[in-house]
Design a protein around this ligand. Structure first.
Ligand code: SAM
Length: 359
């Protein structure tokens, strides 16, 4: 007699791990390099759609989030989102040994996407695989459509130069006296940019029998600053009874700097004007038994005015206000330029250095 394999629904798996306060053992932290810092890697294969890790931290109000006087480095671990028409933040700045907070950005071909899951009437941010993840692969998700500093360093096109020791038939430009001359051949440029842009479908279907564990709208990325609301929070159609299923995509909204006299100045702000529906992000289909993710619906946030985000490979306790340069652009000057983002996804806010110096 054939035995049918019982699969745990990803959302139930997430719920179990949320409640147990444990990370899944199939993942481990590893130091990558001084640039990227630490990352999280799969020690077991992960099926597409599977729950991966929770982005754990302290759940605080957006107001509290703004009130926290964090360094640039700490601020990269703040992730704001919307729930029940209010704005919240997961503050994961504390080095607590959890893995979710260490997952790095990949905006081209992420293997995970963030979702909001409600357990005991409390929102949690969880990552789900959008494709099969092999052993040894780094877990990554899209931090958003921002000008993250490390992305600037990524080449859009890869050129590989092959050096071959050969005797060519065409010796026209070849020093005949040097028969073993090294000839460098440049093959055609290889483009390794993978972009999938699709419109987000409404996965509002929702397992009514499981009121505690519901994958909901993508939290809203909100970059805020002490004493200022930098984002126009638009009305959400999210309710307790009926929650749209849009995945979140993280990170960085407001670009702020702390001056040496302790004031905070805003240098730039993320774009929140674009509804999530316009973005491309993977979402969990709760109606699917396999709860597989639709990888062609990735969300990519837009227009962050960021110049530099602190490198988190530096331990938090090593960060110092002294390392923060004076911003060149005062908050008032930037206010009218503030891009806004209007999507239901969490945002980790992050800080940047002033683009110009000496202002
Ligand atoms: C939320 S932390 C992620 C964990 C971090 N790597 C660490 O070691 O603590 C975000 C920081 O990680 C680094 N980071 C994330 N994704 C990156 C990427 N694709 N390339 C380089 N650095 C990255 C940046 O320094 C960023 O400020």
């Amino acid at each position: 007699m054939l035995k049918r394999k019982t699969r745990i629904r990803p959302v139930d798996d997430a719920r179990t791990h949320i409640q147990s306060l444990r990370d899944k053992p199939e993942f481990m932290e590893r130091f990558i390099d001084n640039n990227k810092g630490r990352g999280v890697f799969a020690t077991q294969p992960v099926e597409a759609g599977a729950f991966v890790l929770e982005y754990r931290g302290e759940l605080i109000s957006a107001e509290e989030c703004r009130a926290r006087d964090y360094t640039e480095l700490q601020s990269t671990f703040l992730f704001e989102f919307e729930w029940q028409k209010r704005h919240w933040c997961i503050d994961a700045s504390k080095e607590d040994g959890t893995l979710g907070r260490l997952i790095n950005d990949n905006h081209k071909s992420p293997n995970c996407t963030m979702k909001k899951i409600i357990v005991n009437d409390t929102p949690h941010l969880c990552l789900f695989a959008v494709k099969k993840i092999e052993i040894g692969s780094e877990i990554e998700y899209n931090y958003g459509d921002s000008q993250w500093p490390w992305r600037k360093k990524e080449p859009k096109q890869q050129t590989s130069v092959i050096e071959t020791k050969t005797s060519l038939t065409d010796h026209s430009s070849h020093d005949a006296s040097n028969k073993d001359a090294v000839v460098t051949q440049e093959p055609k440029q290889q483009t390794s940019v993978i972009e999938t842009k699709t419109s987000l479908t409404d996965h509002s279907s929702h397992d009514a029998s499981n009121k505690d564990a519901v994958v909901t709208q993508e939290p809203k990325q909100v970059f805020t600053i002490k004493g200022f609301s930098l984002v126009n929070y638009t009305e959400s159609d999210e309710t307790d009874e009926y929650i749209k299923d849009n995945p979140p995509s993280p990170h960085c909204d407001v670009v702020r700097k702390k001056t040496r006299n302790g004031n905070i100045q805003v240098i730039g702000v993320a774009d929140f004007s674009d509804p999530l529906i316009d973005s491309n992000e993977s979402i969990v289909d709760e109606t699917d038994e396999d709860s597989s993710l639709q990888s062609d619906n990735e969300v990519v946030p837009k227009n962050l005015l960021m110049d530099r985000v602190p490198n988190c490979s530096v331990p938090l306790n090593e960060s110092s206000d002294d390392s923060i340069d004076e911003p060149s652009t005062p908050m008032s000057g930037m206010a009218s330029q503030r891009p806004r983002r209007n999507c239901h996804r969490p945002i980790q806010r992050s800080l940047v250095e002033s683009r110009s110096t000496g202002a």
